[in-house]
Design a protein around this ligand. Structure first.
Ligand SMILES: [Zn+2]
Ligand SMILES: [Zn+2]
Length: 340
């Protein structure tokens, strides 16, 4: 089978290897589509290193082609599945308390890490969520990022009628937006990119605001939230202006979730007394648990939201270098690899 190996920064190559054989408790799946997430972009550019050579890819849909003899789930050959490629040990304190996204053994030695930029891979049965056949496999490749947005919105306890501000209108910001709208929130998007704002507006947000003039922006957000400020804010952009804005426009008892990761470890732009006096709640979210993933599968299967408009381009596995460049281009949302 063919797999795409990142062998060093800015170099990815296709190698031919043996098709893996599933263990008794595993499935062999044929990858259909896999998205290029920020993690893969950073692994490609060398901003982040796990090890070399590495087969990246963690936002994948697939078809089941072989089933290990001890698999007890209802999987059958030909099933369409969305792959949840976090390794979960199921026995560490994090796994046992519902935060398996933080499993302390997820990167332990011997674990499969990523791996979906490939024609085939083996997974444990619980990592392959069965999808309805009507759901296009390309769309299903967005299950994983959607699951991360679902976890993030749980952190701010989003309620019907809330005003939700989302800082950053990239793929993740727009997934939060679509979910927020489906959950009955008034969603305000902000970004410095005018094209992204236009897209957000077209996809139905309440308002899409230009973030390049922060004073003007603060005034606009306050106006749109009755002068009171927003109930919740999700920070999906690592810009310091985004974090500043969040705390300038937060209503009393407001909730902020830090969804983005940062390279430069900035400090919070807010003093602790203000947090105390306003009962602000500040959280972070990283990845997704199996519960979040299950909910993402349901949201897509039930057509609660449409996400296909966030797929900008699709490339065959053989053109992965080109696909990486396209993903790094700020004008694209998700870029997918078609593995077969
Ligand atoms: Zn991802
Ligand atoms: Zn664990």
């Amino acid at each position: 089978m063919k797999s795409a190996y990142i062998t060093e920064a800015n170099h990815v190559e296709i190698r031919q290897t043996e098709r893996p054989v599933p263990r008794h408790t595993e499935l062999l799946v044929k990858i259909a589509f896999c998205g290029i997430c920020t993690l893969e972009q950073r692994l490609f550019t060398g901003e982040r290193t796990i090890y070399f050579p590495i087969v990246a890819g963690h936002e994948a849909s697939a078809t089941v082609v072989a089933i290990g003899s001890e698999v007890v789930s209802k999987h059958t050959i030909g099933d369409h599945v969305a792959l949840d490629l976090v390794n979960r040990c199921h026995i560490c304190p994090e796994c046992l308390s519902g935060n398996s996204n933080l499993c302390e053994n997820r990167f332990s030695k011997g674990q499969h890490i990523l791996g979906a930029f490939s024609e085939y891979m083996t997974v444990r049965a619980e990592q392959a969520h069965i999808l309805p056949k009507e759901l296009p496999l390309a769309t299903a490749a967005l299950t994983e990022p959607l699951a991360c947005a679902i976890r993030s919105l749980k952190k701010v306890s989003l309620q019907l009628g809330d005003t939700l501000l989302i800082c950053g209108a990239g793929t993740m910001g727009l997934l939060h937006m679509k979910l927020g709208m489906a959950m009955g929130a008034k969603v305000i998007m902000c970004d410095i990119d005018k094209n992204r704002l236009q897209d957000a507006q077209r996809m139905g947000c309440f308002a899409a605001l230009d973030a390049s003039d922060s004073e003007y922006l603060i005034g606009q957000v306050k106006n749109l939230s009755g002068g009171r400020g927003v109930d919740c804010c999700i920070i999906t952009s690592p810009s310091k202006d985004a974090a500043n804005l969040a705390f300038q426009v937060l209503a009393p008892a407001g909730r902020v979730n830090v969804f983005t990761s940062y390279d430069d470890r900035p400090e919070f732009p807010i003093d602790m007394d203000t947090v105390h006096r306003n009962e602000y709640q500040i959280t972070g979210s990283e990845g997704r648990s199996e519960i979040d993933f299950t909910q993402a599968v349901r949201v897509l299967s039930n057509k609660t939201i449409e996400v296909a408009d966030l797929i900008s381009k699709t490339f065959p596995l053989a053109s992965i270098s080109e696909a990486m460049e396209a993903a790094l281009d700020k004008t694209t949302y998700r870029v997918l690899i078609k593995a077969d």
